[in-house]
Design a protein around this ligand. Structure first.
Ligand SMILES: *[C@@H]1O[C@H](CO)[C@@H](O)[C@H](O)[C@H]1NC(C)=O
Ligand SMILES: *[C@@H]1O[C@H](CO)[C@@H](O)[C@H](O)[C@H]1NC(C)=O
Length: 179
């Protein structure tokens, strides 16, 4: 995340300074946001990130904003592809106070990890300053695809994390079973 953030910030600074006409000041039409995020493979099939989660490069996501009142699309990004670190970024012009904006998983390049997690198939991003959030850089929650089979090391890692109830004996977590 560190690398991409720096590159992203740099690009953002360049893009903003080259395209904003400062004589207009910070008018609402001139608002620009940079949304950054990350896509991972949930190798333990637990719907949250663990240290065994892997970044997915070449994963595709999309940012879409819809008018909260009538659901009309107010912004739609192109398909965004993650880099080698599983990170993506997109620049959005305008202010979306009246819209709900979400980054959603589109597809995974990994055949063994292409099942979107229920919890993290989508992430809400706020693209307005009217609700008190300042700053142009907005972080989307990490989004995950689930691996087809959990890695064998998951049991130990989850126990370390305190998920004792997810032991194979309890039947909730069976790394070797097929799904
Ligand atoms: C910036 O705004 C000024 C004042 O309205 C205008 O004259 C100028 O052409 C604008 N420059 C660009 C690059 O849009
Ligand atoms: C959202 O929809 C409402 C109801 O149709 C409309 O009045 C409003 O102008 C729309 N807002 C935007 C930003 O499109």
């Amino acid at each position: 995340m560190a690398n991409i953030s720096i590159i992203a910030l740099l690009c953002f600074t360049i893009c903003v300074s080259s395209s904003l006409n400062y004589s207009y000041g910070a008018a609402e039409e001139n608002m620009m946001y940079m949304v950054v995020g990350h896509v991972y493979c949930d190798t333990c099939r637990v719907e949250f990130e663990t240290k065994l989660s892997e970044p997915i490069s070449g994963a595709v996501v999309k940012l879409e904003c819809r008018n909260r009142t009538n659901e009309a699309i107010t912004f739609q990004s192109q398909e965004l592809v993650t880099d080698n670190h599983g990170d993506y970024h997109v620049i959005v012009e305008g202010d979306y106070e009246e819209s709900d904006c979400d980054v959603a998983l589109v597809r995974s390049p990994r055949a063994d990890c292409s099942d979107p997690t229920e919890a993290w198939r989508k992430s809400r991003v706020v693209l307005t300053t009217f609700d008190g959030l300042s700053g142009k850089l907005r972080f989307a929650n990490n989004l995950g695809f689930k691996k087809d089979k959990a890695l064998p090391q998951c049991t130990r890692i989850l126990q370390e994390m305190g998920y004792y109830e997810l032991s194979p004996e309890a039947g909730y977590f069976t790394p070797s079973s097929k799904l």
